[in-house]
Design a protein around this ligand. Structure first.
Ligand code: ZN
Length: 262
């Protein structure tokens, strides 16, 4: 069984001590390739550098998360564009809007979201998107570019409602499901929604080190999520979809490879 983690924040400081071990454990668990999420200019550069050490096993994205756009300079988009030329960089992102935390001013979030959409169009790369509590503005911007988004869009870590899901699917977006679905407090609604995602639009991810599945049998001592736990997330989804886990794994694996051209 092969599983691709489309969203792992492997350059996060919580992996500084044992990054290699985390990658090895993922590979051992059948979770490979991993796509390392770039969340700011620096982490995108680091992600590409690290990914190039493991050809065909690690890939990365180049982008600035809405939390971090406040640190963008007038060279950031240009530098991301240069980075996007590398073979291991397979998408632009993580970018989008986050009105939940508002770590960057909203007008700045919108500006850099649009600039990164345009960058993805120019570089003919798919987009890896983040949206939290910002559906209306996010959708308005995305819709504006709908005829240019030929290289694909994945709305990562989807946690929204049915109407939002349908709107994304109508735009042709892929949907990333994380261990949020394993959270009995706030992820229950996803159990019904995941059934509405056509299998050719479904992708899975851990968003590690965040969002450790709450119902793991053996909980990690440090509480940190890792890509190896994607097997557990896939198992949960297969159960809810009433699908055989290997069949589902194959379908999702093929979609994901096609989407990121890996
Ligand atoms: Zn995110």
């Amino acid at each position: 069984m092969k599983i691709i983690d489309i969203g792992i924040n492997l350059m996060h400081r919580s992996f500084n001590e044992d990054r290699e071990q985390v990658v090895e454990s993922a590979i051992e668990a059948g979770v490979t390739p991993l796509i390392i999420t770039g969340t700011c200019e620096r982490s995108s550069i680091e992600a590409a550098k690290y990914a190039s050490r493991y050809p065909n096993k690690l890939f990365s994205t180049a982008g600035v998360h809405p939390h971090d756009v406040k640190s963008c300079t007038h060279d950031t988009i240009k530098n991301l564009g240069k980075l996007a030329e590398k073979d291991c960089v397979v998408a632009i992102g993580e970018c989008g809007l986050d009105y939940n935390r508002d770590f960057s001013p909203r007008d700045m979030q919108r500006k850099y979201f649009e600039q990164q959409i345009e960058l993805a169009c120019n570089k003919k790369l798919p987009l890896f998107l983040h949206e939290r509590d910002a559906f209306e503005d996010f959708y308005k911007i995305l819709e504006k570019y709908k005829n240019d988004l030929m290289n694909g869009v994945v709305v990562h870590c989807f946690t929204g409602n049915k109407e939002e899901l349908q709107a994304y699917l109508d735009l042709g977006c892929h949907i990333g499901i994380t261990g949020w679905i394993c959270d009995e407090r706030r992820g229950k609604h996803l159990i019904d929604l995941v059934k509405l995602i056509p299998l050719n639009k479904l992708m899975i991810e851990t968003d590690a080190p965040f969002l450790t599945p709450r119902n793991l049998e053996e909980k990690p001592k440090n509480g940190r999520n890792e890509p190896k736990y994607l097997v557990h997330i896939l198992d949960e989804i297969a159960y809810y979809l009433n699908e055989d886990i290997e069949d589902l794994a194959n379908r999702v694996y093929k979609n994901t490879k096609l989407f990121f051209s890996i």
